[in-house]
Design a protein around this ligand. Structure first.
Ligand SMILES: [Zn+2]
Length: 224
């Protein structure tokens, strides 16, 4: 795979064991991030990227400078990699009017869907403000949203949103007139072994996605 560019890994997560009280145990976000990063060729390291967490809660590879982000819900997780700061968020599609109402204060409009929620959170994470709560109106998103690419209200961010397999979004700085090509890798978790995980190409048709995958490289593509 091309070691640069915008990449998103989708992990389908199997049902997780429960603790002694019957509560579902969470999947380790850091492990998901590491699993994706080891498949990403890194000019500075033999075993792929090794992102570390910065003080602002963003992830960055100290060897090549790539930016990373991870998000998960019960059965689905996403990891994003880009040459500039990037934020990714996923939700499980539940309708949560109370949470939407509270989060509506952060944008310049009303949050009515999980997709909008993921847009706000992805942008918040990309900006590196994840260690605090937004002040009212601070997130430059409005009522108008759609699947695919769109610009933030202040034209400083690109936001990509999709409704499948779960509502998810990513956000990154807007540095040109066109958003970057988006490469998506679907993967089952746990990966079978480090360096040779099972992966398959996402079917074409994801809005705005170029689905560009290079089968040469880290061996992440099989069963096309
Ligand atoms: Zn790296």
């Amino acid at each position: 795979m091309n070691p640069s560019g915008l990449w998103v890994w989708h992990f389908g997560l199997p049902p997780r064991a429960t603790d002694a009280l019957g509560r579902a145990l969470g999947w380790p976000g850091q492990g998901l991030l590491a699993a994706a990063a080891t498949t990403s060729p890194c000019p500075g390291a033999q075993d792929g990227c090794r992102p570390v967490r910065l003080a602002d809660r963003r992830w960055r590879c100290p060897d090549c400078g790539a930016w990373w982000s991870v998000a998960q819900v019960a059965r689905f997780a996403a990891v994003a990699r880009y040459d500039q700061p990037v934020g990714v968020d996923v939700e499980d599609g539940r309708h949560r009017p109370g949470a939407y109402r509270r989060a509506s204060d952060w944008i310049r409009g009303q949050i009515r869907t999980d997709e909008q929620w993921t847009q706000a959170e992805a942008l918040w994470k990309a900006a590196g403000w994840g260690q605090r709560r937004p002040v009212p109106g601070e997130i430059p998103l409005g009522d108008a949203w759609r699947c695919g690419w769109q610009s933030s209200l202040d034209d400083r961010w690109w936001v990509f949103t999709a409704a499948t397999p779960n509502p998810w979004s990513l956000a990154l700085p807007r540095t040109g007139p066109q958003p970057p090509a988006l490469n998506v890798v679907r993967q089952a978790w746990p990966v079978r072994s480090a360096g040779a995980p099972s992966g398959r190409r996402l079917r074409p048709g994801l809005p705005g996605s170029d689905d560009q995958l290079d089968p040469v490289g880290a061996g992440i593509i099989e069963g096309k």
